[in-house]
Design a protein around this ligand. Structure first.
Ligand code: GAP
Length: 522
């Protein structure tokens, strides 16, 4: 099956099982906006909860807030978003399709990169066990030539973007002979800048003075509350403020399902540090965030770092954690060293001091900031697409199973009486009641047990607990594990501890906490 087909299957599955629906579908949908259904909302809550607890509950020096979406418009002037939150866009005159100029160029880079990989694979096939990939990449003339090409393109793109030189950006597209994937022509308009913020009007005032923006990132709600939180919480640098919430961007290229949306949710944490220590904290958070992902158990081959060439207007170092989405490695999370850009700029625009008096050094300064920022919808897509598996079983039958990390599953335990009579439903309901205070549970007594297992597999339920006639006699139940389909008989007490170990959030948080001090700056 092609990659596109398997991604289409994920999207269809997400709809069929109540994870994600196109927004306003009744009215033919709204581009790049999605609704989360019953299973999706539960999965999203569980991911958010895992993030929140790992930040706020596991760190004594990180607190969480919930700032409003509407904010004073000058905030977006101070943050640089009014002037610099633009994407360079270009239209193809024949297909009338609009593209991001930098994305078109990056796609050319990806094609050259794929050629390098192909060359490496050829080398591996030719030399067999004696193949030394590092040596090959460093010496093979074709690899070297293509690497030079990539470096040259990146250099020109960075130069053009940094200098806001849109003419050079267009020239690069022309030199690379980029054709529109729809019309196949190279008939391009000039490149122009497009601001991504949505604006609206507040109250009765319309026009320039009443214009406010829907926040394009949650981070600014943290910066403008820096002093409130620091003073009210008596926080000492280094400390962090975490927040989750909706953000809005009028994306030009909104595609790939929930990967790039116009309304989405971010989970951001700003970590305030003493100036001069930011690079140590930057490396710490780079590693710490990867450990958070590691605990999801989705396999580390799905992740890689990508250091930024073009730094955002506020950063002195930045990287992405990229994930192997069905359409290739793409940004999942950003880690940015934002210097004192935001706090200093808010000082200037508000005329109020945003300083911290450091009792250890007896100085007052504007703290530097290291930010971790992950899109909740993106990590949701990462989990869903990685979890989706079509399997052929040893008996020749097939099943579709969502191998969602058990502690995140929308339903963690399904309780199934084998038949709908002989007192089995009553017993099953007592088991259900005993479990519902800890886990999201579901009772199901319709159809054959095999069909019910398949339904729960498709929803990603990690554990099914079956009650049969024997259960009435010995009080034991059968637990059936989603991933292995193995079954085990357990007493109720055995069941409770088995579930806590296998699907509880606590063991995951404990494992994460144990590694929290790795790489911590002195
Ligand atoms: N405060 C920094 C900031 O907003 P960003 O790299 O623009 O940085 C952070 O965004 C994260 O937000 C991204 O890594 C991505 O996961 C998510 N994100 C950004 N734009 C998005 C969109 N249009 N749809 C879904 N998620 C998005």
């Amino acid at each position: 099956m092609s990659v596109e087909d398997s991604f289409k299957n994920v999207i269809a599955h997400a709809k069929e099982y109540g994870f994600v629906f196109p927004s306003s579908e009744l009215y033919d949908g709204l581009s790049a906006v999605y609704d989360y259904g019953q299973a999706g909302a539960a999965l999203k809550n569980n991911i958010r909860n895992y993030w929140w607890k790992s930040m706020v509950q596991l760190h004594e020096n990180i607190v969480g807030i919930d700032a409003a979406i509407f904010m004073h418009p000058t905030i977006w002037k101070a943050s640089g978003h009014v002037d610099a939150f633009n994407d360079p866009l270009i239209d193809n005159k024949d297909s009338r399709k609009r593209y991001r100029a930098d994305v078109l160029i990056e796609e050319q880079i990806a094609k050259i990169s794929a050629k390098i990989d192909k060359e490496v694979e050829k080398g591996r096939a030719r030399f067999g066990d004696a193949f030394d990939e590092v040596q090959f990449r460093a010496t093979n003339p074709n690899v070297l030539r293509n690497r030079e090409k990539i470096e040259e393109i990146e250099r020109r793109m960075k130069g053009a973007l940094d200098a806001d030189d849109l003419q050079s950006l267009k020239q690069l597209i022309e030199d690379l002979e980029v054709a529109c994937p729809i019309s196949g022509t190279r008939n391009w308009t000039d490149v122009r800048q497009f601001n991504l913020m949505f604006s609206t009007e507040m109250g009765a005032v319309s026009g320039e003075s009443g214009t406010i923006y829907l926040r394009p990132e949650t981070a600014q709600g943290i910066f403008v509350n820096f002093s409130n939180v620091q003073k009210s919480g008596r926080m000492k640098v280094p400390f962090g403020i975490a927040q989750t919430g909706k953000a809005f961007r009028n994306e030009i290229v909104a595609r790939q399902f929930i990967f790039r949306m116009r309304e989405f949710e971010q989970m951001e944490m700003q970590f305030f540090v003493r100036p001069g220590t930011e690079m140590q904290w930057y490396s710490y958070w780079k590693q710490a965030r990867m450990r958070w992902h590691e605990q999801l158990g989705m396999g580390m081959d799905a992740y890689r770092y990508h250091d930024h060439l073009k730094l955002a207007h506020y950063a002195n170092a930045a990287c992405d954690i990229e994930f192997a989405f069905p359409f290739g490695f793409k940004e999942l999370e950003g880690i940015h060293s934002r210097t004192d850009f935001d706090l200093s700029s808010h000082e200037r625009h508000s005329g109020k001091k945003l300083r911290y008096f450091d009792p250890e050094t007896n100085e007052s300064y504007v703290p530097y900031v290291v930010e971790t920022s992950i899109g909740l919808d993106r990590i949701f897509l990462a989990v869903l697409s990685r979890a989706y598996t079509e399997e052929r079983l040893p008996d020749g039958s097939e099943r579709t199973v969502l191998r969602i990390p058990p502690f995140l599953a929308p339903i963690q335990v399904a309780v199934l009486p084998l038949v709908k009579k002989d007192g089995l439903p009553e017993f099953a309901l007592t088991v259900l009641d005993a479990l519902r205070y800890r886990y999201q549970v579901q009772y199901d007594d319709k159809d054959s047990i095999g069909k019910r297992y398949r339904r729960q597999d498709a929803l990603g339920t990690p554990m099914c607990v079956t009650i049969d006639h024997q259960s009435l006699e010995d009080g034991q139940v059968t637990v059936r594990v989603r991933d292995t389909m193995q079954q085990e008989r357990l007493t109720l007490e055995g069941l409770f501890s088995f579930l806590e170990r296998e699907v509880g959030l606590e063991p995951v948080l404990r494992a994460l906490h144990e590694r929290q001090s790795e790489g911590l700056p002195a």
